[in-house]
Design a protein around this ligand. Sequence first.
Ligand code: GLY
Ligand code: MN
Ligand code: MN
Length: 368
Amino acid sequence: MRSRAQKVFQHLDPAPDAVVVANSTEPHLDQSFFYLTNVPHGLFEDSLAIAHPDGEVDLITIRLEEETARETAKSDPHLKVHVVERDSSDATIQKLLQGAGTVGLNFHELTHSWFVRLSSLFPDTKWTDASAAIRSARSVKEPAEVELLRKAAQFGSEVALEIPSLLRTGMTELELAAEMEHRMNLHGASGRSFATIVAFGPHGAEPHFEPTESRLQPGQSIVCDFGAIHRRYVSDITRSFHFGPRNDELKAVHDTVEKAQTAALEVIRPGAPARDIHLAAAAVIDASPWKGRLTHGVGHSIGLAVHDGWGYGAKADDTVEEGMVFTVEPGIYLPGKGGVRIEDDVVVTKSGFEFLTTAPRSYLEVPA
Ligand code: GLY
Ligand code: MN
Ligand code: MN
């Protein structure tokens, strides 16, 4: 198997002499630094990964995370660790990049201060954008990455199953979100992959809603969109519920979203244009009374980040490949009334796909 550095260089033509991924400080950590070095935990603030065309990666870090770095290198023959004193890495960087005329950078994530610093260390170097190559390498997962994503998805699925038992008249969106996050941690997650979305009633019409003090009333729809982290890898799952007496319109909306998701899933196989997955879901929704109420692209890649590099809507030009992991999340949003979204995580196999999230997708009416 190619090393991760080699996978990046495979997408670079002409190849630069090296690719540098400079990590910044929280919250500006570059997940591509963690992709190249594979260090399992720690922030590695201001650390640097230098990838070389032969597959070697130099990791420059400080004593704070030395043990993790050295432990990782024991099982990765491509990784070389250089420990420096804080704020004293210039000489090491200059030595390791000596003679490099062209260096690729992750333009998409690099902070301006790192760029200024690198430019002053190497005034004659030509900097090129390696972001697309890094994105392409990261988008096709290794079997070990798929297993980490599967575990993260399992934590989300377990909590999705528990949500009906948590619902109480009068509870706030914030309380439900806190309960869900706590349970993900109890199942084994190391954290939430993004701020949990809990939206009661009309709030469900906004896909990226943030929970409030709003209280649950019988007759409301509930959208819960959340995910877990497992060894840096994340999941992203949405389930929609109905609380109390049935609302025929919202039940029909849920049925339509379910059909849209099924239509989208049927498209997934290596070689399929990603936009066709979106278009299949959109066609079902646009043939229903809720035409035009799908207000976002139907999915996005997941991995080390919840939006891991690419997403797909009607104009996407990515092609599905075996090993890609992404969400399939159609929704219908009705301002003033509510919303329904169903979101699952899938991995592309040789001939189709496999679910990573496993919670049932069917409509759930929870008695008030
Ligand atoms: N959780 C945000 C999204 O589904 O993209
Ligand atoms: Mn998502
Ligand atoms: Mn989501």
